[in-house]
Design a protein around this ligand. Structure first.
Ligand SMILES: Cc1ncc(COP(=O)(O)O)c(C=O)c1O
Length: 438
């Protein structure tokens, strides 16, 4: 093939890409994850739900009946807003669990909540607009923001989630600079990657600050039903119909492979989301939606959610026990009360990105903290890493933490001999993650 004057032998189209594609760079840790997915490596990296715990025979019966009884409809195109019966179930059965009263007309079904993140950003953000996000934040959201050339401003969190006074200070600083954030992107419950949950008083403060500043809240809640004490936190959306777009997902409570999520949005926003969704995918998979709808109506799905909570709690306990028993002094971690993740901060001077190749060689994988920050803020994540406990069995978690502890000890020995490794510059570009790091 001819190589154009702006191209290269590897990619002759390099000179033709849109400016937004410049931010779409594969993460340097991707290659490592190819190795990390080998069976001999204990992966504490990916956030894959343990779908093997589903009653697969029963699910298969539901799908078979669906095709036999309603195949012609289930295999047809559907509505851009989503299947009406599923929207009724979301509005009538799911949303009340997080305290939200809504109408099926205000629900937009999406291809996972990931597509909803894309649609909301597309509808609201021009290049250079500001989006506020927790520090750290969900890697998949950061790659959406990067694709729309959004300026992500991180807001600090602590063990109770987003810090409202830091949020107010950030809003004031932006106002003083003559800038206004378009969105606050937040994961109030069982945060990915921080593993923390916001209490109700803080939620009210966050909402009040955003309402006062005219900032729309984008509330991402895929883990809300997976609290280990059985309490489902009340969504921010429950206290503001006009100020919050709520995102839900069946990925963590049923099956991510079906790619079914949803948005509950203020009326005008909902219209825009539907038009944007139609331009993007015409309609979400009718088949997948009908599978979810039939699962909800035929199977004891709430018992299944309770089963998932138990399973993940047991794995969380295994992780926390082992971290306490194995990790050297100076290591800190969050104690998640639900969801899939704990955020670990290494002893002073250690660099989780630099350590990753050594960890993978020792047959354990994690996601380094830098992946969860945008732009120059990446440096903030260098001492940290995310561990997920959702997929490996407790015995594998124990072995994984044992291996990790050996690697951290070896890093401390290196540091004692050669000085701290936190001197290496983190890359500024936004790293597009593979699904394995999501
Ligand atoms: C916080 C958060 N938001 C959104 C998603 C995307 O989920 P979905 O499978 O519904 O697209 C994930 C997946 O890991 C997530 O952790």
């Amino acid at each position: 093939m001819d190589v154009g004057s702006h191209g290269s032998r590897l990619d002759p189209w390099v000179g033709s890409y849109a400016r937004r594609a410049a931010t779409m760079t594969a993460s340097e840790i991707r290659a490592l994850f190819a190795v990390a997915s080998r069976p001999e490596v204990v992966s504490l990296a990916g956030g894959m739900p343990f779908v093997s715990a589903l009653p697969l025979d029963a699910v298969s019966g539901t799908i078979a009946r669906l095709v036999t009884d309603r195949g012609a409809a289930a295999l047809q195109y559907g509505s851009g807003q989503g299947e009406p019966r599923l929207r009724e179930q979301i509005a009538g059965e799911l949303m009340p669990l997080v305290g939200v009263a809504t109408h099926p007309d205000d629900v937009v079904v999406t291809v996972g909540s990931q597509q909803a993140l894309d649609l909301v950003t597309r509808v609201f953000c021009d290049p250079g607009d500001v989006v506020l996000a927790e520090a750290p934040s969900y890697v998949g959201a950061l790659s959406v923001f990067a694709a729309y050339q959004v300026d992500v401003v991180h807001v600090p969190m602590d063990d109770e989630g987003l810090d409202p006074s830091a949020l107010r200070a950030t809003l004031d600083r932006l106002a003083a600079e003559g800038r206004r954030a378009k969105l606050l992107y937040t994961i109030p419950s069982f945060h990915n990657p921080a593993g923390v949950t916001q209490g109700s008083a803080r939620r009210a403060e966050v909402l009040a600050a955003c309402v006062a500043a005219g900032v729309l809240v984008l509330e991402d809640d895929p883990y809300g039903l997976l609290g280990f004490d059985g309490v489902v936190p009340r969504a921010l959306r429950a206290d503001s119909e006009e100020g919050v777009v709520y995102l839900g997902s069946f990925s963590k409570t049923f099956a991510p492979g079906l790619r079914v999520g949803w948005a509950v949005a203020p009326h005008g926003v909902r219209e825009k989301l539907v038009l944007a969704a139609e331009a993007s995918v015409l309609c979400p998979s009718e088949f997948a939606q009908q599978v979810v709808s039939a699962y909800l109506s035929e199977q004891p799905w709430w018992d299944q959610v309770k089963g998932f909570r138990e399973l993940y709690r047991e794995r969380r306990d295994a992780l926390l026990r082992e971290l306490a028993a194995q990790l050297p002094e100076g290591t800190r971690w969050t104690v998640p009360s639900g969801g899939f993740y704990s955020w670990v901060t290494l002893p002073d001077g250690l660099d989780a990105t630099a350590m990753l190749p050594r960890a993978v060689t020792a047959r354990v994988a994690y996601v380094p903290g830098t992946a969860f920050y945008a732009g120059p803020a990446k440096a903030l994540g260098r001492a940290s890493l995310r561990l997920s406990y959702c997929f490996p069995e407790p015995e594998r978690i124990r072995e994984g933490v044992r291996r990790l502890a050996t690697v951290v000890e070896a890093e401390l020995d290196l540091q004692a001999t050669f000085g701290p490794s936190l001197g290496v510059r983190a890359r500024g570009a936004v790293e597009v993650p593979g699904p394995e790091t999501a």
